[in-house]
Write a protein that binds this ligand. Sequence first.
Ligand SMILES: *[C@@H]1O[C@H](CO)[C@@H](O)[C@H](O)[C@H]1NC(C)=O
Ligand SMILES: *[C@@H]1O[C@H](CO)[C@@H](O)[C@H](O)[C@H]1NC(C)=O
Ligand SMILES: *[C@@H]1O[C@H](CO)[C@@H](O)[C@H](O)[C@H]1NC(C)=O
Length: 424
Amino acid sequence: MTVLNVILFLSFWKRWKPSDFGQPAPLHQVVKAVNNRTSGCVDLVWNFGSVTPFPYVWLRDSCLCPDCFHPTTLSRSLRIDQLQVDIEPQSVQNDSAAQQLVVTWPDGHVSRYPHQWLRERSFAKRDVKARRKQLDGPKTVLWDRATMDRHLLHVDYDRLVGGDLATLHDALHHLIVYGLVLVRKAPTDFGAVEEIGETLGHVRPTHYGKTFRVASKVDANNLAYTANELAPHMDLTYYEYMPGVQMLHCISQHIGDGGESIFSDSFHVAEVIRARRPDLFHLLATVPFEFADIGEEAESRSRCRFHKIHERTMFCIDEDGNITQVATNNPVRSYRLNVPLELVKPMYEGLRMFNDLCRHPDNQLTFKMDNGDVAVFNNRRVTHGRLGFTVTEDSQRTLEGGYVDWDDIMCRYRIVTDLLRERP
Ligand SMILES: *[C@@H]1O[C@H](CO)[C@@H](O)[C@H](O)[C@H]1NC(C)=O
Ligand SMILES: *[C@@H]1O[C@H](CO)[C@@H](O)[C@H](O)[C@H]1NC(C)=O
Ligand SMILES: *[C@@H]1O[C@H](CO)[C@@H](O)[C@H](O)[C@H]1NC(C)=O
């Protein structure tokens, strides 16, 4: 314990008093509600000395009465055209017994807000920042091969799809933090991918169908359907809403040399590029590549033609400069490079540096999937690929793949986390 921690602990202890009912008193209580007409806010003064202002218009918009907030759909029913932007309260009270702020508006409408509810919606910069961080879920951990050798999570297929909450939580948590999980002992039939997809979220169909099969085909319409080596890539970079997570199920592995799967953490690789070549990092984060997939899929239920084109930067960064998404795919990178002439060579330098770092033995995780293994990985972060192999009559490499989107995965993660917390 540092000295600072001791001080914080003692000051906390001094303020903490058991209430009359033997329960610990709530830590944060409103001492005073001040109607601050200068700032157009109701200032709540808390027992620990902090003051949190709440703008009048936000308070009116956030009224929780059954006319303004629909109690069964749990959503706002107050319309924007019913909202007066420069509204001011007629009076402000704190109902300290009910632990509520009570605001009466000029038309007589009364709004009540639990203090705790307001606290969780404070406009203080620090609180806003913390809330936004929380939206991203657990913090990602960047990895190289050595890290992943230690941290690659294996989960049992039956436990995962059989409703074991702890297994599901572990799998989702690892997928968020590391972006790669290996499910083992799945049945070696088509269909396991769909089961896993519906366990983690919902299967997201594409023009290759609800799921797709990877086997060497004559006259393949996708390089994956050949026996060639596949360089590190993400799937479906020509979709604006590129799938969030990919599942690849090894139904029957190639016997003999080759066919190993390769994975690397592109966020880690991007950080190496940022450190060594900030100029290339900036280029790849600001100048887009075009991706396209044009052809025909005969095996999807409705034999369909496709013509997908999308332009995107290889790196996406947020306002703090943190990497949020990476997209690269050499075979479907368009031959149209829509950039000024002087950027052409640097763009290739960037592509080359990214590829070489993904393939570097220190970064690249290489293993040959067994029959029944399913690799589940973040398709916007972890590059995947495979080493080449030779197809023979008696050895055919067959995989089934599918996608799930992050919205559904994060949703399931929040629910499973809550369920485990509530469990006695
Ligand atoms: C709010 O509650 C506190 C403590 O019960 C009280 O001292 C204060 O006068 C109340 N009223 C307002 C408007 O803050
Ligand atoms: C009203 O808010 C302003 C701006 O935040 C602040 O400077 C002022 O002290 C507040 N007035 C009262 C009476 O609390
Ligand atoms: C985002 O970037 C900041 C500063 O560069 C760093 O401190 C922080 O750990 C990063 N967050 C994540 C989630 O990588």
